[in-house]
Ligand binder design. Structure first.
Ligand SMILES: [Zn+2]
Ligand SMILES: [Zn+2]
Length: 328
């Protein structure tokens, strides 16, 4: 779908989206600027990384059918990362950390310390690739099997670093690697075979949904209400999902879902939050059906932050919690 949107001229760059958000919702300018700095860094990191895949991923329809995201074998290597992954992590961190320092000035001095440590060549303990290996092991899905098992807080305490800065370094660098890997893989997902509430590439939750006109194969009709495409909050992959089903709990009762809009807002018909009364989660959506405006998929969730505020005030939880939408 990203390719189709691109071909239809429906996508814009980060700076155009930032200017648009600042003009429409000035209160969101600072937070949108911070995100734009990180997105630029992700793009630069992608250009600096090797063009090939980080791991030879076997595209096996049976694995996808079981609900296993394509990058699951990649995450499994974090407990004992290989030289290629460590080299990529250090390369991406070199670009991402200065941008994170600019986006979050309060963490800047600590991020600078971490950047210097990670950039130390050689095989010193607690520096360079050894530190990268420890960070990956600590954030991987099998962190408890790493040797020795340690959390980001353990590492921060031992090296007298700030735990929030070390978290930021690890997750932002990983996001750069995931986005790079996902652009190579997203076209290989069989969109007719995956109808789950998490990303077929990395397993992340959706941070926004798009409604887009499309041909329904079963009906040979263009669906006027639009197909729902979910956007992964981690790697940016788009995948299809039934339009009237709750992503979190699968509820399909219209009377248990509610549309939240900003009344009398010029974009009332475009920007919405779908609230599920059953599980108290919500999905933000943007309606692109019969419209010609351009969007930046990665900046979209920030442009809808006013709806996060309203939904969370009413006690609903986002599907993909992030530092941006964790408001309480
Ligand atoms: Zn993903
Ligand atoms: Zn639900």
């Amino acid at each position: 779908m990203r390719k189709i949107l691109q071909e239809q001229g429906r996508l814009c760059d980060v700076d155009t989206a930032l200017a648009d958000i600042s003009a429409r919702r000035p209160a969101l300018t600072d937070i949108a600027t911070s995100l734009s700095l990180l997105l630029h860094a992700r793009g630069e990191a992608a250009s600096a990384l090797p063009t090939g895949p980080v791991l030879e991923i076997n595209i096996d329809p049976a694995t996808l059918a079981k609900g296993e995201p394509l990058l699951a074998p990649f995450f499994a290597t974090f407990a004992k990362p290989d030289a290629e992954l460590l080299s990529r992590f250090v390369t991406a961190a070199r670009i991402v950390l200065p941008a994170a320092a600019q986006a979050f000035p309060k963490l800047a001095p600590e991020l600078a310390k971490i950047a210097v440590l990670l950039d130390t060549p050689g095989t010193d303990k607690d520096a360079g690739r050894d530190l990268a290996a420890q960070l990956l092991a600590a954030i991987g899905p099998e962190a408890e099997f790493a040797t020795p098992p340690q959390t980001i807080e353990d590492i921060a305490g031992r090296l007298s670093l700030s735990a929030p800065a070390l978290h930021m370094c690890s997750t932002e660098t990983l996001l750069a690697l995931l986005c790079h890997a996902a652009r190579l893989l997203e076209g290989k997902v069989d969109q007719d075979a995956w109808r789950r509430g998490y990303c077929p590439v990395c397993g992340g939750g959706p941070d926004v949904g798009l409604l887009k006109e499309g041909q329904e194969e079963s009906e040979f009709l263009v669906s006027k209400a639009g197909q729902l495409w979910l956007h992964c909050g981690q790697c940016g992959t788009l995948w299809r999902f039934p339009r009237l089903r709750c992503v979190a709990c699968g509820c399909e009762h219209p009377e248990r879902t509610e549309l939240l809009v900003v009344k009398d807002d010029p974009r009332e018909d475009v920007e919405r939050a779908h609230l599920c009364q059953d599980c108290r989660s919500y999905l933000l959506t943007v309606n692109l059906v019969d419209r010609v405006d351009r969007v930046n998929l990665e900046m979209l969730p920030i442009s809808l932050l006013h709806l996060d505020v309203l939904a969370q005030q009413r006690g609903f939880e986002p599907l993909a919690p992030s530092p941006w939408n964790s408001l309480s």
